[in-house]
Design a protein around this ligand. Structure first.
Ligand SMILES: NC(=O)c1ccc[n+]([C@@H]2O[C@H](COP(=O)([O-])OP(=O)(O)OC[C@H]3O[C@@H](n4cnc5c(N)ncnc54)[C@H](OP(=O)(O)O)[C@@H]3O)[C@@H](O)[C@H]2O)c1
Length: 316
């Protein structure tokens, strides 16, 4: 009989959840088994997880009953929502609520809720340094997650609130990599001024989550913020230049220019960067690199991440 504790992982075919599934399967202590949640077990990504040794099950975060079934009998649950699939803070609230309820129903012993700050605690809606979006948010994809924390705590769940951070993988998959400017120079563009942006290799989030589960009671009831490094735009541009062997500059722009870029989510992202710029001290303080390394001793620095991923970074 299998007596190992099972961790059920939402978003298992994605960046955060996928990192956790692989971290559990690669854990030399083999402390946990892993149940990977997907909406479709027949995709290549889902099949790959099964091939690696995960139990792969179907559930949808919009369907509470499916979550209850998927969470049944598990020891731990990793819960994450998918803002960029739908751009709806209210949907994110409902999905978080459903995962909290499924965790309660299944008697989960340790829940990790992958969350972000409710920025309105530092920049209330009345503060016109940045526009209010969708009527009641400053940074919708942050605020909706922070606002949803209470679904987990209200139910008295044994929860760790995991404040995640900007993935460096955005330079590959989110269109944020170096682009040629009018002067022909490659540049990364972010309204960050000379302030530091905490970042992480997306796969390290899952490794940290495993560290949190392995620590048992230690982080239950706690809020943990993680980061691989805190770097200025210029430091990141210099890193790109080193690994690409080409000049790459940091293009600092005003947040209002970023908000006007017009791609879906540009206003949300513009406010997000401005929040991180204007509240650098508070934001960096809440993402402790040493704690992150203690949870995940193989934590990548930006340079190491760049060296491992340079071939994947799209360069015009
Ligand atoms: N990009 C960043 O820098 C960053 C930083 C911090 C936090 N975040 C947050 O991270 C979250 C996304 O996490 P991620 O990057 O790990 O996601 P991801 O890589 O986009 O993948 C998410 C996976 O979730 C599954 N999924 C989507 N909708 C689902 C649903 N309704 N029910 C069940 N599963 C569903 C999909 O798997 P199947 O197709 O197999 O079902 C997908 O592979 C977002 O909310 C974002 O705000 C992003």
């Amino acid at each position: 009989m299998n007596t190992k504790k099972t961790i059920v992982v939402v978003g298992a075919t994605g960046a955060q959840g996928g990192g956790l599934v692989r971290a559990i399967l690669n854990d030399p202590d083999h402390e946990f088994t892993v149940r990977a949640v997907t909406r479709d077990v027949s995709t290549d990504k889902a099949k790959e997880l099964a091939r690696l040794g995960a139990e792969v099950v179907t559930a949808n975060v919009d369907d509470l009953e499916s979550l209850k079934k998927a969470f049944q009998g598990a020891y731990g649950a990793f819960c994450v929502t998918f803002f960029w699939d739908h751009f709806s803070p209210e949907k994110e609230n409902n999905q978080a609520k459903a995962m909290a309820e499924a965790s309660k129903h299944a008697g989960i012993k340790h829940v990790i809720w992958s969350t972000l700050d409710d920025t309105r605690k530092l920049i209330p809606l009345s503060d016109d340094r940045m526009p209010t979006l969708m009527g009641k948010y400053k940074v919708p994809h942050f605020d909706a997650k922070g606002e949803s924390n209470h679904f987990f705590s209200d139910l008295g769940l044994p929860v760790t609130m995991l404040n995640t951070v900007f993935y460096w993988d955005n330079f590959i998959y989110f269109g944020l990599g170096p682009k040629k400017g009018p002067d022909g120079k490659l540049a990364i563009t972010m309204p960050m001024g000379d302030k530091k942006l905490p970042g992480i290799a997306a796969a390290d989030i899952g490794k940290c989550a495993l560290g949190i589960f392995k620590a048992g009671q230690k982080y239950i009831g706690k809020t943990i913020g993680i980061a691989g490094e805190h770097l200025t735009g210029k430091q990141m541009a210099d890193g790109f230049a080193r690994v690409l062997g080409k000049e790459v500059v940091f293009n600092d722009i005003a947040p209002e220019i970023y908000r006007s870029f017009g791609f879906p989510g540009a206003q949300d992202m513009g406010n997000m960067f401005q929040f991180k710029r204007d509240f650098e001290k508070e934001y960096c303080k809440s993402r402790d690199v040493e704690l992150t390394r203690a949870l995940n001793p193989s934590l990548l620095t930006f340079d190491k991440w760049l060296n491992q991923n340079k071939k994947l970074i799209p360069i015009e």
